[in-house]
Write a protein that binds this ligand. Structure first.
Ligand SMILES: Nc1ncnc2c1ncn2[C@@H]1O[C@H](COP(=O)(O)OP(=O)(O)OP(=O)(O)O)[C@@H](O)[C@H]1O
Ligand SMILES: [Mg+2]
Length: 366
């Protein structure tokens, strides 16, 4: 049995308004770290507010530990939520902020004290219990919010972009901290973000959400390698996937994807799946690191066309090479060519590619 289950969950904010959360189905196991990833406005906050009980559902059901929680008040659902703004009280000390939910539960002072100290110890702020929030750095305030969420020992943690107020370096540090706390507490967590790099580095499984619907659920490697839709392929990975509208044509015993500027030979493993597209259009997706470049203009098996490297953006251990195919700007990631003279002519090769149906935008799979 799953620990948290969403069954056909739906949300409209007004009676005739749009479906903001559109028949969402999801099963989460105990102890999983799930990241809900999607662009601004796709319904992430709405979804976790419904789970926490802060927002009413329009349809469907939410089960925690096998029981529907729709009729339970937020405080009786066993969930703790951390908000983007932390929502810690400025007029209370760190101790009182963390102790607040325990006081609501009317626990004895001695137990409150020991649990607050344990929670503050887990997040590394035990030395700051007497301070007020204004005397803390952003990262320390964030830890107060995390401590207050873990002190109640919730069944499920809901975190809504908890790192977005922090500067880039602190985000990365706190990311590792949250992962460590998660391992230590073995808490079931749903973490919301629109930052795909954050999602990739934190998640056991990523739920990619778009326009109120789940586009794909999978491990970070699965959503990256086996993107189920054009949207997932475009949203996961930086720089993003390069897309081309191509025509599928027969060539002897195989198929080729043609556009005005290149011809890509369809790999044997995909010929069966692309057969129905012969004479029709498909969308070809090539990740920046799936391109290869050959400065010697050698046109081997995987050659698609010649190109000019307009300029190079060094990134340290790799470089982003900018070229163009047809009118479109193309980004190539290379760990081999970190420096190239301006306007170098190269042969472009393709090591791997994805095809999508132009109408449904779903991946065309073998
Ligand atoms: N109280 C509300 N009343 C009406 N519409 C709302 C309300 N809250 C959110 N919406 C709408 O629902 C949609 C989803 O909002 P939601 O806050 O869930 O998005 P999100 O994925 O969390 O986005 P972000 O990444 O920007 O936080 C948006 O179009 C938003 O305008
Ligand atoms: Mg939000």
């Amino acid at each position: 049995m799953s620990y948290l289950e969403l069954r056909n969950l739906q949300k409209r904010y007004t009676k005739d308004g749009p479906l903001i959360v559109d028949h969402m189905n999801l099963s989460i196991e105990k102890g999983e770290f799930i990241v809900l990833l999607g662009p601004s406005g796709c319904g992430k906050t709405t979804t976790i507010r419904m789970i926490s009980g802060l927002e009413e559902v329009t349809g469907g059901d939410i089960l925690i530990d096998g029981e529907s929680v729709l009729t339970r008040k937020p405080k009786d659902r066993g969930v703790s939520m951390i908000f983007q703004s932390y929502a810690i009280w400025p007029h209370m000390t760190v101790f009182d902020n963390i102790a607040y939910p325990l006081k609501l539960q009317k626990l004895k002072p001695a137990e409150i004290k020991s649990r607050v100290e344990a929670a503050a110890g887990a997040t590394g702020i035990k030395g700051f219990l007497d301070r007020y929030p204004r005397q803390l750095s952003g990262g320390q305030r964030q830890r107060v919010a995390v401590s207050r969420a873990i002190v109640v020992k919730p069944k499920i943690f809901l975190m809504d972009e908890p790192l977005s107020n922090l500067d880039a370096k602190l985000r990365v540090t706190m990311r590792t901290e949250l992962k460590r706390i998660h391992r230590q507490e073995n808490s079931t967590t749903i973490f919301v973000t629109h930052d795909q790099a954050e999602a990739m580095s934190l998640a056991d499984r990523i739920i990619v959400m778009y326009r109120g619907k789940i586009e794909q659920i999978g491990t970070p490697a699965e959503v990256y390698r086996n993107s189920a839709t054009r949207f997932v392929a475009s949203f996961i990975g930086t720089p993003p996937t390069n897309f081309f509208t191509v025509k599928i044509e027969r060539t002897g015993d195989g198929l080729a994807a043609l556009c005005s500027d290149f011809r890509y030979r369809v790999p044997p493993s995909l010929i069966g799946a692309l057969d129905p597209y012969e004479g029709k259009e498909a969308v070809l997706g090539i990740r920046p690191e799936f391109f290869g470049i050959v400065p010697g203009m050698e046109r081997g098996e995987s050659w698609i066309c010649d190109g000019t490297i307009d300029f190079v953006e060094p990134q340290g251990s790799y470089a982003i090479l900018i070229t163009h195919i047809g009118g479109a700007e193309i980004k190539i990631v290379s760990s081999e060519f970190l420096e190239l003279p301006l306007n170098t002519r190269v042969a472009l090769t393709v090591k791997e590619a994805m095809f999508f149906d132009p109408a449904s935008e779903k991946r065309i799979k073998p």
